[in-house]
Design a protein around this ligand. Structure first.
Ligand code: ADP
Ligand code: MG
Length: 258
């Protein structure tokens, strides 16, 4: 299954992406977790220890790789480059594996509007397209709030498009905005996970607010997640009740995506 996770900044996308990746790896699936948010730290959420974080190199920042694959001359603006670079070996060669999860960090591409055609974004786009059709592998994409990755060609073939929402109108509005953008790209199946839930009222605010989007489940607001963040570990390792909630969300996802 190919799962994209999106939502307003700070709602818990990375937390959910990290926990889901761990859950699926524990179930024996081959999991590739893609950090597509330049302002994120998915490796930490998966449980990569601080001393190994230095091994994470964003693909877009690998100038030699970008130049080698696209034929672009480093340091020059414009110029010719290949629009169909070789990418099939990239996931295995450049991922960081931890707790059974393969992690790939995309990094930032120079801003140039939605249709940016620089060598870096071309490489990432072709890579994403390749990952979407690779068989036998679960892909979880932690996307940025700005929806840059909702570009044509990279997200249409997702099986599930999950928007994380916290109890509040701003996160709910962002979810509707994402649904509209997704629908423009032909993605119909956009689902919601509620996060930072304190009480049944919080759940109701989300369920009513995001309708007609379906709510897959909720994660409670909990100290263990803050504590994990403080200590630089995965909340998945600290809290069995969180693992149960994540498992429930994945079951609901499978029912809906079938
Ligand atoms: N259910 C929760 N309970 C407590 N803190 C949470 C919860 N979910 C997320 N957080 C905290 O909120 C902050 C933002 O979470 P994060 O997953 O990084 O969001 P995003 O990726 O959407 O920006 C982090 O400090 C995280 O530890
Ligand atoms: Mg994040």
């Amino acid at each position: 299954m190919k799962i994209a996770i999106s939502g307003k900044g700070g709602v818990g996308k990375t937390t959910l992406a990290g926990c889901l990746a761990r859950h699926l790896a524990d179930q024996g699936q081959t999991v590739l977790a893609i950090d597509a948010d330049p302002d994120s730290n998915l490796p930490s959420a998966v449980g990569v220890p601080p001393e190994r974080l230095g091994e994470v190199q964003p693909l877009a920042a690998m100038k030699d790789l970008v130049a080698e694959r696209t034929g672009a001359q480093p340091g020059t603006m414009g110029g010719m480059f290949k629009l169909n670079p070789k990418v099939d070996d990239i996931p295995d060669r450049f991922c960081l594996e931890h707790n059974g999860v393969k992690l790939l960090t995309l990094g930032t591409v120079p801003k140039g509007g939605g249709g940016c055609l620089c060598p870096e974004s071309t490489l990432l786009r072709v890579l994403m397209r390749h990952l979407m059709v690779r068989r036998g592998e679960t892909v979880i994409v932690d996307m940025e709030a700005g929806l840059e990755h909702l570009a044509r060609g990279s997200t249409e073939s997702m099986d599930a498009f999950v928007v994380v929402v916290e109890p509040g109108q701003r996160a709910i509005q962002t979810a509707h905005q994402i649904r509209r953008l997704a629908s423009d790209l032909g993605i119909r199946r956009v689902m919601v996970v509620g996060n930072k839930i304190r009480d049944p009222e919080d759940q109701e605010v989300i369920t009513k607010g995001v309708a007609p989007m379906q709510v897959l489940g909720h994660l409670r607001l909990r100290d263990s997640i803050r504590q994990a963040d403080r200590e630089g570990v995965s909340p998945y390792d600290l809290d069995p009740s969180l693992r149960d909630e994540v498992a429930g969300i994945y079951e609901a996802l499978c029912r809906v995506a079938d």
